[in-house]
Write a protein that binds this ligand. Structure first.
Ligand code: FES
Length: 156
């Protein structure tokens, strides 16, 4: 999963190909997020005008889908599983430790380290929890040390 974040186009240029298409809002949202890494306030305003919706309606669509973001994210995204099986394997302690180590709370991005911390509910890796997903890689029996070392190895 790429965090996108390419500022070479303005929102309206990216939206235009989808405006006349039935169901064009979703691909327009995906395209904006792919290019900018998130859907900015400016993009929301452009979408509302182009698709003839209110900005509140556009925000409703964005917030309905977990994949869309309205804030920039880090180069590295750590998703900690907080579902039941991982809870029985101390994921909440892991979350506390990693939060303190990285000076981050859930849904926050540290722009100095380029790390975003998020929660997720089951990564299909329940037997060897606590599980985390760092960008595209799922790690079992996760510890703070394992997470940090994975990010450093990837050039974090
Ligand atoms: S409950 Fe955490 S991976 Fe399934």
């Amino acid at each position: 999963m790429s965090s996108g974040q390419n500022n070479t186009f303005d929102p309206i240029t990216l939206i235009e190909p989808f405006v006349e298409k039935k169901g064009g809002l979703m691909p327009a949202l995906h395209t904006l997020q792919e290019h900018f890494g998130y859907i900015s306030k400016e993009s929301i305003a452009e979408l509302a005008t182009a698709f003839n919706y209110s900005q509140a309606e556009i925000i409703d669509v964005i917030t309905f889908y977990d994949d869309f973001r309205t804030k920039p994210i880090g180069k590295n995204i750590i998703r900690i599983c907080l579902a039941e099986a991982c809870q029985s394997q101390n994921c909440k302690k892991l979350l506390k430790d990693i939060s303190s180590q990285l000076n981050l709370t859930l849904d926050e991005t540290n722009h100095d380290s380029g790390i975003t911390l998020k929660e997720v509910f089951c990564l299909g890796n329940c037997a060897i929890g606590p599980s985390v997903m760092i960008n595209e890689t799922v790690i079992g029996e996760a510890t703070t040390e394992k997470i940090i070392s994975h990010i450093e190895k990837d050039g974090g």
